[in-house]
Write a protein that binds this ligand. Structure first.
Ligand code: ATP
Ligand code: MN
Length: 478
């Protein structure tokens, strides 16, 4: 029964020649007991179904309400309506599922994004979210395509990890021990030997360390999976559960790493522009409307499409951390004491600093390299100066940090010394250190937060609106 169905997107791309088709979808609106706007999620363009007078009885007509699901068979004819070249003259209409208009929470009118977040189970049925999630899909596909074409191997790194070397304090514990009465050691601490894995385990914060093991065998790998951070940052850019893409390349230095990251970002944006043009145009329009209510200085200088075209066609700016600090110290914003946080060499730049560099100073994505070693992770390669590491962050307008990466410390002795200095337990990471003992090579990689990329491409402003069911502090509905 269902395989004869035509998708509305496909149908709208053909010519109406009186052919008979069957379509299925959800009612968006029903006007004058005559015109049904039907949507099946393949496009935001609804298909108009024309119901002839007298074709359906009164009771059935009443059941054609917003979000009721229908099966419609009819004839494709040219439409006289504005903005559509085709409509369906219905021959039969079957109601697959009713939708009580008294109870259905989403009306065919503009709702706030906050309201729709509470109705996340139904928000895919709105044009905004339908567009966002089709673009999200396309970006995910483009990511695999990009790496596959370059011969990278897709690795699935573990979701449950025993190492807590990286995200100390930011990890979600995984346990089957009873919460009310866990087994205890003599000194009163919890006895994790009794736990499921015989040790304490957590949800992963990054697949990088395991990714490095694979990269030092396959040369080039990437991961694309969920990561978890119990960081209590209730911002529009942080989730407790988010998806990360982490390529890792052997025989690769920081320069190669930057080149790859830039090529990668351009590629996937271009792919989305080519394959989701309509949806991006829809969101561009939406954003422009939204920004009309903002004061002039809060509006984006470029529209969404212009911004994306600009990124595809222009190189990212590349500066060192030291240069970035100098720019900030010289800036009018600093001189007028506009920054809330301190600026001096050695700080971990705050979002206000990153945004100044990207949005005010360069007005384009910026790659910042060679950060002070004390504010970066233990595995980043120490530079000649002994003070900085070969790290790179990519900062994007409106988002801030979108990529964090580095060349890895491949020298065994330097790495061990650094781990000791930073209090990272070498015995726990024996397997990681083995890559430096057996055929170590210069290698590098980065992590890109998928939702931050989706934010950038869709022009949405809150990360909760680009993942289907966001997990954030005090919120795990659905
Ligand atoms: P931030 O400073 O924004 O918290 P980070 O320095 O903690 O980021 P990394 O540990 O380098 O980030 O992680 C790599 C990438 O993962 C980041 O560049 C970002 O795109 C993304 N990311 C990090 N934390 C989150 C989060 N809580 N929610 C969504 N994406 C995140
Ligand atoms: Mn963070």
């Amino acid at each position: 029964m269902f395989n004869k169905r035509v998708k509305i997107k496909e149908l709208l791309a053909t010519e109406p020649t009186g052919q008979e088709v069957t379509v299925m979808g959800w009612v968006r609106t029903f006007r004058n007991n005559q015109f049904i706007a039907l949507n099946d999620g393949s496009t935001n363009n609804n298909l108009q179904i024309v119901v002839e007078l007298g074709m359906l009885d009164e009771a059935t007509l009443k059941r054609i309400t917003t979000s009721a699901s229908l099966k419609v068979t009819g004839e494709c004819i040219p439409s006289l309506g504005k903005g559509q070249k085709m409509e369906i003259k219905a021959k039969s209409i079957e109601i697959l599922g009713d939708s009580d208009p008294e109870q259905y929470p989403i009306q065919p009118k503009k709702h706030s994004l906050e309201f729709l977040r509470e109705k996340a189970h139904l928000r895919f049925r709105t044009n905004t979210f339908a567009a966002v999630f089709r673009i999200r899909h396309t970006l995910a596909f483009a990511i695999h395509k990009f790496f596959h074409e370059k011969g990278f191997v897709y690795m699935h790194t573990p979701v449950i990890t025993a190492s807590d070397a990286e995200g100390a304090g930011e990890m979600f514990r995984v346990t089957t021990l009873p919460m009310d009465n866990p087994p205890r050691n003599e000194d009163g601490t919890i006895d994790f030997k009794e736990d499921f894995f015989g040790r304490s385990t957590n949800l992963t914060v990054s697949g990088q360390l395991e990714g490095e093991l694979a990269a030092t065998a396959f040369s080039e790998i990437y991961t694309f999976g969920p990561t978890f951070r119990a960081e209590n940052s209730n911002t529009a850019r942080h989730l407790a559960e988010f998806w990360m893409i982490e390529p890792e390349m052997a025989f690769c230095d920081i320069e190669d790493n930057m080149n790859l990251a830039e090529e990668f970002i351009r590629y996937v944006i271009k792919y989305a522009l080519e394959h989701n043009r309509e949806d991006i145009e829809f969101l561009a329009q939406r954003l422009a409307e939204e920004e009309k209510s903002l004061p002039q200085d809060k509006r984006s200088e470029l529209g969404l499409l212009e911004k994306l075209d600009f990124v595809v066609n222009n190189n990212f700016e590349r500066i060192t951390y030291t240069e970035a600090i100098d720019i900030l110290l010289q800036s009018p914003a600093y001189k007028k004491k506009k920054f809330q946080y301190e600026v001096k060499w050695g700080i971990d730049m705050q979002s206000e600093h990153e945004r100044y560099l990207v949005e005010k100073h360069f007005k384009k994505p910026v790659i910042v390299t060679n950060y002070p070693k004390d504010i970066k992770s233990f595995y980043m390669r120490l530079n000649e100066d002994g003070k900085t590491v070969a790290a790179m962050d990519i900062l994007a307008p409106g988002i801030g940090e979108i990529v964090g990466g580095s060349q890895r410390e491949e020298r065994y002795d330097v790495l061990v010394e650094k781990m000791n200095a930073m209090g990272i337990p070498t015995e726990e990471l024996w397997w990681y250190l083995d890559t430096r003992r057996f055929g170590t090579v210069p290698h590098a990689g980065f992590g890109l937060g998928f939702e931050r990329l989706v934010l950038f491409v869709t022009g949405m402003t809150n990360i909760r609106d680009v993942i289907a069911f966001p997990r954030t502090p005090k919120s795990a509905e659905f």
